[in-house]
Design a protein around this ligand. Structure first.
Ligand code: KIV
Ligand code: ZN
Length: 386
């Protein structure tokens, strides 16, 4: 098994399908260049057939990005594949990503096709795409709700037809880590040609399990993870890139696998996306939320001031931040208060310090956060400035 997991970023395709997250050409280009700096292996730049604007975005990104593979999505239809092929043809490393649904509910009500017809279409369209491009990804939409035996058959058939990556999406975020582990393991054990291709997974977050399911798939042998910055995407979003990558980095003892991501670019990439889309990241979001490296309670602040590892399992520097944050509030203790006074350049006699700390506690009960200005006002009257 390869010891590097490929990161397929779909911020500019599935992420953009998130309400309020659509981006114009120059915004998508700026984001794509930042994703390249971040070190993702594949950028899914858009869905070329979706609109003339999306075609242009995929095409411009394909030309601008030099070191990263660029993919366009296409349904299993010749017109979609033609558009995708045209859009990515000038990429240094192009990929066509074609998909068709394989669950009974999608085949019956959406496609109105029998499983035999779906299998035949998948094979024909992979062969059709292969005439344009060497690298073809095939996705079995709604795979997690599909009959596993049918999945094994269609995956083997598309590999024989030329697919280089087979993607197993949890399209509606329905699966659980145990179930998804079993599904991916079943694919590894029952698809004869599976070792010739990358096994990819694409998890949605409807039940809040997108990252956990992706990690379970890695344990079962998945070699590519599809994800987005800040976890944006259809409905409740996709697996968050930063969470997948930092899980692999921090818990190397569990996974023993790396990525090509330069983690120091994570925070910048997250900020760029929210400034482009105007969609804020929730403060308690893992890795990139404003509170991810903030400490407010006295017990935690005391611990972190003594040794950061008491309450930090990764460093802020590892994701591109310069430092952690000590937030002064009603739960804060004397250690953090004294530390703040010192870093602001003040020193207080013992009595004055006791008084200032008492007043700080009274103020903290009235305010959510005690700012440096507040601290300054508290200590000024009682200080010797150093
Ligand atoms: O969620 C999904 O199934 C998709 C596919 C097109 C890969 O986005
Ligand atoms: Zn999706």
């Amino acid at each position: 098994m390869a010891n590097t997991i490929k990161i397929f970023d779909t911020t500019l395709r599935d992420g953009e399908q998130s309400p309020g997250c659509s981006m114009n050409l120059s915004e998508k280009l700026e984001m794509a260049l930042q994703l390249e700096r971040l070190g993702v292996d594949i950028i899914e730049a858009g869905f070329a057939i979706a609109s003339p604007g999306d075609f242009q975005s995929v095409n411009q990104i394909a030309k601008a990005v030099k070191n990263t593979r660029v993919a366009s999505l296409a349904r299993a239809l010749t017109k979609d594949i033609d558009a995708a092929a045209e859009a990515v043809k000038e990429a240094a490393y192009p990929r066509i990503h074609t998909f068709i649904a394989t669950s009974d509910i999608h085949m019956q009500y959406k496609l109105q096709k029998t499983p035999e017809q779906v299998l035949e279409t998948a094979v024909e369209m992979v062969k059709y795409a292969k005439k344009y491009c060497g690298d073809i990804e095939f996705s079995a939409e709604d795979a997690s709700r599909s009959n596993p035996v049918f999945l094994y058959q269609i995956i083997e058939a598309v590999i024989q037809a030329g697919a280089t990556v087979v993607n197993v999406p949890d399209t509606v975020g329905y699966t659980s880590p145990e179930e998804f582990f079993t599904l991916i393991k079943g694919i590894r054990e029952n698809v004869p040609s599976i070792d010739k291709v990358d096994i990819s997974v694409h998890c949605h977050n409807d039940l809040g399990l997108a990252v956990a399911n992706s990690l379970a798939a890695i344990k079962a042998g998945a070699t590519q993870i599809e994800c987005t910055i800040n976890g944006i995407g259809e409905r409740a979003g996709n697996a968050a890139l930063e969470e997948i990558v930092m899980n692999l980095g921090v818990r190397r003892d569990l996974y023993n696998l790396g990525t090509n991501i330069n983690t120091k670019e994570i925070y910048r990439t997250s900020k760029l996306l929210s400034s482009i889309t105007g969609v804020k990241v929730q403060p308690n979001k893992a890795i990139v939320g404003e509170n991810a490296f903030a400490h407010e309670s006295g017990i935690h602040q005391h611990g972190v001031l003594a040794n950061k590892e008491t309450y930090e399992i990764m460093t802020p520097e590892s994701i591109g931040l310069t430092e952690n944050k000590m937030v002064l509030g009603k739960h804060s203790g004397r250690h953090a208060f004294v530390d703040r006074i010192k870093t602001m350049g003040y020193t207080l006699e013992e009595d004055a310090l006791n008084k200032a700390f008492e007043q700080f506690k009274v103020l903290a009960d009235k305010k959510k956060v005690v700012t440096n200005k507040d601290v300054e006002a508290l200590v000024r009257r009682k200080t010797i400035v150093i």
